[in-house]
Design a protein around this ligand. Structure first.
Ligand SMILES: [Zn+2]
Ligand SMILES: [Zn+2]
Length: 320
């Protein structure tokens, strides 16, 4: 099969064997999206060698266990964390924190920029008919946005700011809006702010200096993708407010921590989230993703696709 393999920071289209794992389902990948994590990995984050890619939609081609037979032919998306199944985290149902976990296309297991991948049936979710393939590719990042609603109480009376008008910022702002909160998206790119505006989001220029106390927010989500995002979030949050961190960058950055203490700010790290509510939001059209698609192209066009995804919005591979 054709696959995009990362080796030592070099990405190549290679001919790879169709994967086969006992107990798992073989999925023919229809579409797969490039996300910020993929871009970071190509720059050296996670030290992964193998087929990258983890945001996908596909069709189950075959299964290895008779009890999974009903999955054959099903259009699916997949949870990217595969736990060991026996540790305390796995027993508690939080396989994303299993120390021995594998993560599709990120850690210990080949991913989705390929014609085929395998996952256990327990990781798969059927895609509702109302969600097209392009939208389904966004399930994983929308799920990551939904994670915030599990972690922080966000109701109609809350004032929430999202910093960053990139892929994640545009998804997070739409997801948080569904909770009824008033939401402001801070960005700096005219084209993306136009997209945000077309999605009905209140968008403003990123503040150059700390906001006056009266203008500060109850909850601030850092989706800037840059090392100074936390500082900028602290400049926007009210005392006893909450900062949610969605940015993963290699750069350690530096920050004065005393304002966190003095203003009693709660800092919440937030990673992977639940697929079912994400599919639900996509099916209802409460989260719209089509305006975020910059390009749909083939695996062979990977150099241009990655260049365009870096600084652009969502670039998607149409695989099969
Ligand atoms: Zn991703
Ligand atoms: Zn485990």
């Amino acid at each position: 099969m054709r696959a995009l393999r990362l080796d030592n920071g070099r990405l190549d289209l290679v001919d790879a064997p169709v994967p086969c794992r006992a107990g798992e389902c073989l999925v023919r990948v229809t579409m797969a999206g490039i996300c910020g994590t993929d871009l970071e990995m190509v720059k050296g984050y996670a030290h992964f060698t193998g087929i990258i890619g983890h945001e996908f939609v596909g069709v189950v081609e075959s299964v290895s266990r008779p009890e999974d037979r009903h999955w054959t032919g099903q259009r699916v998306v997949g949870d990217i964390n595969i736990g060991c199944g026996v540790c305390a985290s796995c027993r508690d149902g939080v396989k994303e924190h299993c120390e021995a976990r594998e993560v599709l296309g990120i850690h210990g297991r080949d991913g989705a920029f390929a014609e085929y991948l395998t996952l256990p049936a327990s990781n798969l979710h059927p895609v509702p008919d109302a969600v097209g393939d392009t939208a389904a590719v966004f399930t994983e990042p929308v799920a990551a946005a939904c994670r915030i609603l599990e972690q922080v109480e966000i109701g109609p009376s809350r004032h929430v700011a999202v910093l960053g008008d990139g892929r994640m910022g545009l998804l997070i702002a739409q997801v948080i809006r569904t909770a009824g909160a008033s939401i402001v998206l801070f960005g700096k790119h005219a084209d993306r702010k136009a997209i945000a505006h077309s999605l009905g989001l209140d968008t403003r220029d990123a503040p150059a200096s700390p906001l006056p106390r009266a203008d500060r927010f109850d909850v601030v989500v850092d989706a800037t993708g840059s090392a100074d995002g936390l500082q900028r979030a602290l400049d926007c949050v009210r005392p006893r407010g909450t900062v949610v961190l969605k940015t993963t960058v290699r750069d350690p950055g530096t920050i004065a921590t005393w304002p966190i203490v003095v203003e009693e700010v709660t800092i919440v790290g937030s990673r992977c989230g639940p697929f079912l509510p994400a599919l639900d939001l996509l099916a209802r059209g409460d989260v719209r993703v089509e305006p975020l698609v910059t390009r749909v192209t083939g695996l062979g066009d990977h150099a241009r696709a990655f260049a365009e995804a870096d600084g652009g919005l969502k670039v998607i591979f149409a695989v099969s």
